[in-house]
Write a protein that binds this ligand. Structure first.
Ligand code: C5P
Ligand code: C5P
Ligand code: ZN
Length: 502
């Protein structure tokens, strides 16, 4: 999908007075005006890194605008959650990083006067019958609400160009009163975008680039060309290389002894004066250059394909005000830290960290992070051991209770490319969700999307066919279905993917 407005052209000069994404300015202004009118606002947000940063951006902007608010978080904003929200005495509810996919349910509450919804989201909107606009066959009844800020409504790609936190950031800019500058909040929005995997090798693109420019201009963000491996701030050097599953360099990736040996052969000390491992951030510029060049030479010599070698270096983002060597300094590591809180029912901890708590909340978040890392690695190992089942158009595994339903999608994404897991078919993962329900997570690739894949429509239609519900993005989507419906759901999803991908 292309951007609708030529003025979104990322090559354009940076103009601090121009609204960052002009195509969305009118919607942002309308939403902001409604929020300014409210006596107080209930901010409801999603339980992942993008949802948390959305809530934090909204909190900071509302506070600066003098609008009182409360926050709540939800796993999926289903009918029960909306009933609970409607039962509070809030007249104005700001939904961030979800809401568009539940427009049908939200509109019903609005119609009976329960609350006025304001939505800042990037998920595919549902129509009045809950169908995706792209659903084939039956005529869909469009439904919309007056205060709806979503890039997809203006031809901006919600899967790769603007996240929930990005949409909320635009709202924050529209909420600025005279003398307020909310551009510092772009740094959090970038954490949200990267948490939603919107960055490619060259970093963020499209509308997101304007956010980066704002963050840089505000002094909150720095964009750098650097080694594109996860863990530059906190991982000991050998671990940085060993865990570089993105690169898969023979004798280094997944190989602790090999990584240590590789580093020992370079003129770069691996340990500091106290005998502790050094991290990437501890290296001088020259030392980084030495390691990166040697790594590239080794990759080329081992026959790693050119595009994966190119991928070793890329655009990375750091938060300028954060302490070097902490999880908060690097946007990717920050987003993992946030996922470690909200996906474990501790969104309060992640939100406090986003809003500046560097004491108790950060310590708690770090403990949760160790647990999250262990769960991801055990989950991935389980999938590798069990393998996936391949259907005509997709592949799947059912983790039952072995993987927590809130992280099964992350594990599914990590499993792609492992032995026995193909990159050429979408992966669908199941996990028990309790209460007679099963969580489904689906992940595709940019390549499959360009061939026609829309997992949001697949998840929505296949789940509705068995009495469940779902949605999301073309490249990543999810659903909840009743227990015992896995086979029927899979058959419907397999068929739907087959119809899309040509
Ligand atoms: O609900 P939300 O939009 O925040 O989540 C988006 C999800 O899609 C994230 O879990 C993210 O990792 C996933 N995603 C992906 N591959 C992409 C883009 C997004 O797995 N290319
Ligand atoms: O939960 P998971 O990480 O698999 O979600 C992938 C994407 O699908 C997210 O953007 C999430 O918000 C969306 N989703 C949805 N409806 C569901 C489940 C997931 O819109 N029932
Ligand atoms: Zn999101």
């Amino acid at each position: 999908m292309a951007t609708a407005d030529a003025s979104d052209d990322p090559d354009g000069e940076y103009d601090p007075d121009e609204f960052p994404v002009p195509a969305l300015e009118a919607r942002a202004q309308r939403c902001a005006a409604r929020l300014r009118e409210a006596d107080r606002v209930l901010v409801a947000s999603h339980i992942d890194a993008d949802g948390l940063t959305s809530a934090a951006v909204a909190a900071a902007a509302l506070e600066r605008a003098g609008v009182p608010f409360e926050s709540l978080f939800s796993k999926q904003l289903d009918a029960d959650d909306l009933d609970r929200i409607a039962a509070t005495d809030h007249d104005t509810v700001l939904f961030t990083d979800f809401g568009s996919g539940q427009l049908d349910l939200i509109a019903r509450h609005e119609e009976r006067g329960a609350f006025t919804p304001v939505i800042a989201d990037h998920h595919q909107p549902a129509d009045a019958d809950g169908r995706s606009p792209s659903a084939s066959g039956t005529e869909s009844r469009p439904v919309d609400t007056e205060f709806h800020l979503n890039p997809l409504l203006e031809g901006v790609d919600g899967a790769s160009e603007l996240s929930g936190a990005g949409a909320t950031y635009l709202l924050a800019r529209a909420l600025e009163a005279d003398g307020t500058d909310n551009r510092d909040l772009a740094a959090l929005a970038v954490v949200g975008a990267v948490g939603d995997m919107q960055d490619g090798e060259d970093g963020l693109s499209g509308a997101n680039e304007r956010l980066v420019a704002d963050g840089v201009a505000a002094g909150a963000l720095e964009a750098e060309t650097d080694l594109a491996l996860y863990g530059r701030q906190t991982r000991p050097l050998p671990k940085l290389l060993q865990y570089a599953s993105e690169a898969r360099i023979p004798g280094i990736s997944d190989d602790e002894a090999g990584s240590v040996e590789f580093l020992s052969g370079l003129d770069v000390p691996m340990r500091d004066d106290d005998g502790d491992w050094r991290r990437w951030v501890d290296l001088t510029g020259d030392e980084r250059q030495t390691v990166a060049s040697a790594l590239i030479r080794r990759a080329v010599a081992s026959g790693v394909p050119a595009e994966r070698v190119d991928g070793l270096v890329g655009t990375t983002y750091v938060l300028a005000d954060e302490e070097p060597g902490t999880e908060l300094r690097d946007v990717s590591e920050f987003s993992t830290l946030l996922n470690a809180t909200a996906r474990y029912e501790r969104a309060d901890v992640g939100l406090a960290v986003c809003l500046g708590d560097r004491d108790e909340a950060l310590a708690r978040a770090r403990t949760l992070l160790r647990n999250h890392r262990r769960n991801l690695s055990e989950g991935l190992q389980w999938v590798k051991n069990e393998g996936v089942t391949t259907e005509e158009h997709l592949q799947w595994f059912d983790a039952g209770t072995r993987i927590r339903e809130t992280i099964v999608g992350i594990v599914a994404g990590m499993a792609v490319g492992a032995a026995g897991v193909s990159r050429s078919k979408p992966i669908v993962a199941f996990a028990d969700a309790g209460d007679g329900e099963v969580k489904v997570s689906a992940r595709g690739s940019g390549h499959l999307v360009r061939s026609g894949l829309d997992l949001s429509a697949v998840m929505r239609e296949a789940s509705r066919a068995v009495g469940g519900d779902g949605g999301g993005h073309d490249v990543a989507a999810g659903a909840t279905i009743p227990e015992g419906e896995r086979e029927v759901f899979l058959a419907a999803a397999d068929e739907a993917v087959g119809e899309q991908v040509k």
